[in-house]
Design a protein around this ligand. Structure first.
Ligand SMILES: C[S@@+](CC[C@H](N)C(=O)[O-])C[C@H]1O[C@@H](n2cnc3c(N)ncnc32)[C@H](O)[C@@H]1O
Length: 238
């Protein structure tokens, strides 16, 4: 199963522009719980399509939550004949726990009292028709990265925003981006009054490595491309 095929109008045959319907995944992305504004989601989608057209190979995101960004990336993977691996322990970051502004009591499992976003993510991905193109990987990002051997055509980092977790994402995943591959980071705010600084520090460390060049911005999303091979990026955090 994949995203709905384009309507006749979108294929440029008998239909008119008025007949054109957005594919079903667009509505599914809008409905999913999460933290990805539509313009940033579409920027992610287009970046993934672009890199899949050049390189192929898997896309990986850190931070599934309830599947919102996974729909944008998964739809690109479906169109590009690839797959998205979406990694999350589904227990929520520190800032998603009870007492924090972004906490959502609906995602607490009543049996355990713990955050469990996995059922929401599964439902969202199935509702978008993307189960064949989005593989949900349940586990700590550092653990999965430590056992992950293959190169990535695109990496999207939107996991824990604490320094220790982000540093592990940086060290564990950034070296796996293929030459010419894409790296996207969310919640990058240069101004501390707009948001926490850890994703900004991660992103600036990526650029400082000299291995990546910025290729796009949308809201708090930053997009870069690997221009130099190597794993030196892991050495330049601070
Ligand atoms: C900001 S949310 C992701 C939002 C999502 N990308 C969206 O589109 O709505 C961050 C997610 O990262 C996950 N996370 C935080 N630390 C993690 C870690 N060390 N390993 C795996 N997942 C982690 C949390 O469980 C949470 O679901």
């Amino acid at each position: 199963m994949g995203p709905a095929p384009p309507s006749p109008a979108r294929r440029g045959s008998a239909g008119t522009a008025r007949d054109a319907q957005p594919p079903a995944w667009v509505a599914a992305a809008a409905e999913a719980k999460g933290f990805m504004p539509p313009a940033e989601g579409m920027a992610l989608h287009l970046a993934a399509l672009e890199v899949l057209g050049r390189l192929g190979g898997p896309v990986l995101e850190v931070g599934t939550y309830c599947g919102k960004s996974a729909i944008y990336l998964g739809a690109a993977a479906a169109l590009g004949g690839s797959v998205l691996y979406s990694v999350d322990h589904h227990r929520g970051s520190e800032e998603l726990q009870a007492g924090w502004p972004d906490h959502d009591p609906e995602v607490v499992d009543p049996l355990t009292g713990l955050v469990d976003t996995l059922p929401f993510a599964r439902r969202a991905i199935a509702g978008a028709g993307l189960e064949e193109h989005v593989v949900l990987v349940v586990g700590s990002s550092a653990t999965v990265a430590g056992h992950w051997a293959g190169a990535l055509s695109m990496l999207f980092i939107d996991g824990g925003h604490g320094a220790r977790v982000a540093e592990a994402d940086f060290a564990g995943w950034v070296p796996k981006v293929a030459l010419g591959g894409a790296l996207a980071v969310h919640d990058v705010f240069a101004d501390p009054s707009e948001g926490g600084q850890v994703p900004y520090e991660l992103y600036t460390a990526v650029l400082r490595s000299g291995e990546f060049e910025e290729v796009g911005r949308e809201g708090s999303l930053r997009l870069a491309r690997r221009v130099v091979p190597g794993d030196g990026a892991a050495k330049v955090w601070v």
